[in-house]
Design a binder for this molecule. Structure first.
Ligand SMILES: [Fe+2]
Length: 326
C-alpha cells in the first residue's frame, strides 16, 4: 500500500514538474519573440522616419460612410465587431476594409448594409478606384476565409479593382503609395501583439483643402500616436481628424481571454488609465481636432477617458452615418 502511495506521489510530482516546465518554455518563447520583435520594430520605425517627404496634393471634399461597424445608426443595418468605410474623396471612391462575416452569411453584412443604404454593390465595384485592407485580421478582411482566398465575403468578384493590403504582393513594406492626388496610403507600419506577434498595418491619409490631414485607420496596432506622427512627417501637412479604431483597452475592463489574445504587452504588464489619458492628450497635441472612433476594439472606460479630452469633438462611428469634410 505504502509503495502504491509513493508511486502515485512520484508520478504526480513528475506530471506537475513537466507541466510547469512546458508552461515556462511557452511563456519564454513568447517573451523572447516579443523582445526581439520590438527591437526589429524600432529599426523599422527608424527607417520609416527617414522616409522622404511625399507631396500629397489635396481634395476639396471628403465623405466617409461606415458600411460595417460595431454600432449602427439604424436597426436595418447589421452591426458587429469590425470596420469597413466607403470613402469619397473628390472623384475618388475607395472601400477601406471589408468588415467581418461571422457566421458566414449570404448576403454578407457588408453587402446587406450597402443595399440597405441604397448603394448597389455591383455598381459600386465598377466605380471603385481602390480597395484598401488595413491589416490581416478577420474583422477587416471580410471574414477569416475572406481575403485569404481572394474572394472576400462580398458576394461579387473584386478582380479588376486595384487592391492594397498589408501582406502579399502589394504590401507596401517600404514606402507610401499615392492612390490619387490628395490621397496617400502609408507604408506597412509595424504593430505587435504579445501572442499574435507582428501585425503590419496601413492607413489612408487624405489632405482636405482648408482643413488638413484626415487619418483613416483600421485598428491602430502600430499605436495611434506613432501613426499620426508618421502621417504628419511624411506629408508635411498638419493632422486634423482621426477616423477609426484606437485599440484603447484597459486590461481590467476586458475578459481574460481577450486580454490574452489582444494584449500589446506581456500579460503580467497591465495598461493603466493614465496611458489612455496620455494617448488622448497626445492626439490633441499632434493637432487632431476631430476624433471619429470605431468602438469595436476599445473598452467603455477607455472611450470615456478619450471623451473627457475630446468632448463634443469625439463621435462614435455608426453604420450609415456619413461624415463630411469640405
Ligand atoms: Fe486588428
Amino acid at each position: 500500500m505504502r509503495e502504491l502511495i509513493n508511486t502515485l506521489i512520484n508520478t504526480g510530482t513528475l506530471v506537475i514538474l513537466g507541466l510547469a516546465t512546458a508552461a515556462l518554455l511557452i511563456v519564454s518563447f513568447f517573451w523572447v519573440r516579443y523582445q526581439v520583435g520590438r527591437l526589429l520594430d524600432q529599426r523599422r520605425w527608424r527607417r520609416l522616419q527617414r522616409s522622404e517627404r511625399t507631396s500629397i496634393g489635396e481634395v476639396s471634399s471628403l465623405t466617409i460612410t461606415p458600411v460595417f461597424e460595431w454600432l449602427a445608426g439604424d436597426g436595418k443595418y447589421i452591426a458587429d465587431a469590425g470596420a469597413s468605410y466607403l470613402i469619397e474623396a473628390g472623384d475618388t471612391k475607395i472601400l477601406f476594409d471589408l468588415g467581418d462575416n461571422r457566421p458566414r452569411r449570404t448576403p454578407s453584412p457588408l453587402f446587406h448594409n450597402l443595399k440597405a443604404m441604397g448603394v448597389d454593390p455591383a455598381r459600386l465595384i465598377n466605380e471603385l478606384s481602390a480597395i484598401v485592407v488595413s491589416h490581416r485580421h478577420r474583422e477587416h478582411t471580410g471574414g477569416i476565409f475572406g481575403f485569404f482566398r481572394r474572394q472576400p465575403a462580398f458576394d461579387l468578384p473584386l478582380d479588376g479593382v486595384p487592391t492594397y493590403t498589408s501582406w502579399g504582393r502589394n504590401h507596401g513594406r517600404k514606402a507610401a503609395q499615392e492612390i490619387a492626388p490628395g490621397v496617400l496610403l502609408s507604408a506597412n507600419l509595424p504593430g505587435r501583439l504579445f501572442i499574435g506577434g507582428r501585425i503590419g498595418e496601413r492607413m489612408l491619409m487624405i489632405n482636405v483643402a482648408g482643413k488638413g490631414l484626415v487619418c483613416i485607420v483600421g485598428d491602430a496596432h502600430p499605436e495611434p500616436l506613432r501613426m499620426i506622427l508618421y502621417a504628419s512627417q511624411i506629408t508635411g501637412v498638419k493632422p486634423y481628424a482621426y477616423v477609426g479604431g484606437v485599440h484603447a483597452l484597459l486590461d481590467d475592463e476586458i475578459p481574460l481571454r481577450y486580454r490574452v489574445i489582444l494584449s500589446k504587452q506581456p500579460p503580467w504588464k497591465k495598461t493603466n488609465p493614465e496611458e489612455i489619458g496620455l494617448l488622448a492628450v497626445g492626439m490633441r497635441e499632434f493637432g487632431i481636432e476631430k476624433l471619429y472612433v470605431s468602438e469595436h476594439d476599445s473598452d467603455f472606460v477607455s472611450l470615456g477617458i478619450l471623451k473627457t479630452v475630446f468632448s463634443d469633438e469625439m463621435t462614435s462611428l455608426r453604420v450609415g452615418e456619413a461624415i463630411k469634410f469640405a
